[in-house]
Design a protein around this ligand. Structure first.
Ligand code: DC
Length: 223
């Protein structure tokens, strides 16, 4: 941190690339703040589903968001004072989050909230447009990537361990569709910005990936 300006690490990547776990571990190691931007879209998707909102209508969505209080504390996500962590982590909500995330006005509305997480000594922010749109001046930009098969296997293990009944090829299919939607949308698509370090994680475990990012962090901090 120079002159009390927070050091920002932006980590982007497709669904199931391990961004969540990796970003959280890095923020803990560095004692930095943490932003899971996908969780914001997920909480909104969950609220929209509960209230039967037409998610194709940006007016309805904006009106909904204005009445939502989304908070992160005690390692959980809260919606209007209620803990919603377990409800937002299901595949159907991930899919709906990706569908609502195409709306430009909604994304713009969420910018200020996301940026409010940027506080000293620093922030680890993960999502799809952290390096490109939300924190374009981030000090370190990482793009985590992994093949569809590897990401489907990881998701499968995660969901099975939580007792869900899932099918590996269905998961791979869903991941491909989500990649397409997140990469092809007109506003803030998932892109690899030119300053990003691309880390291919198919053959790396979590510790190896975390260490790679931490060594890039050390390098950037020295500059
Ligand atoms: O990272 P995740 O799987 O929890 O994100 C769920 C969806 O939210 C993702 O498919 C697209 C959307 N999203 C987004 O558009 N921009 C972000 N910065 C983070 C997530």
């Amino acid at each position: 941190m120079k002159n009390n300006i927070p050091f920002v690490i932006a980590i982007d990547g497709p669904a199931g690339s391990g961004k969540g776990t990796i970003a959280k571990k890095i923020s803990t190691k560095l004692n930095y703040h943490y932003l899971d931007s996908g969780a914001i879209y997920r909480v909104i998707a969950y609220a929209a589903k509960k209230k039967n909102i037409n998610t194709e209508s940006i007016e309805e969505l904006i009106n909904l968001v204005k009445h939502l209080k989304i908070e992160f504390f005690e390692n959980n996500e809260w919606l209007n004072g209620n803990k919603v962590s377990e409800f937002i982590r299901v595949e159907s909500i991930g899919k709906l989050a990706s569908q609502i995330a195409i709306h430009d006005k909604l994304r713009t509305l969420l910018l200020e909230y996301q940026r409010s997480f940027c506080k000293p000594p620093g922030l680890v922010a993960e999502g799809r447009d952290m390096a490109s749109v939300v924190f374009p001046n981030a000090n370190l930009k990482i793009y985590l990537s992994a093949s569809v098969d590897e990401r489907a296997k990881r998701r499968y293990k995660q969901l099975i361990s939580k007792g869900n009944d899932v099918n590996l090829s269905d998961l791979a299919h869903e991941i491909k569709l989500r990649d397409k939607r997140d990469k092809d949308r007109e506003v803030s698509p998932l892109v690899i910005v030119k300053e990003a370090y691309v880390i291919e994680t198919d053959n790396l475990n979590e510790t190896e990936t975390v260490n790679k990012i931490l060594s890039l962090f050390d390098k950037e901090k020295r500059c």
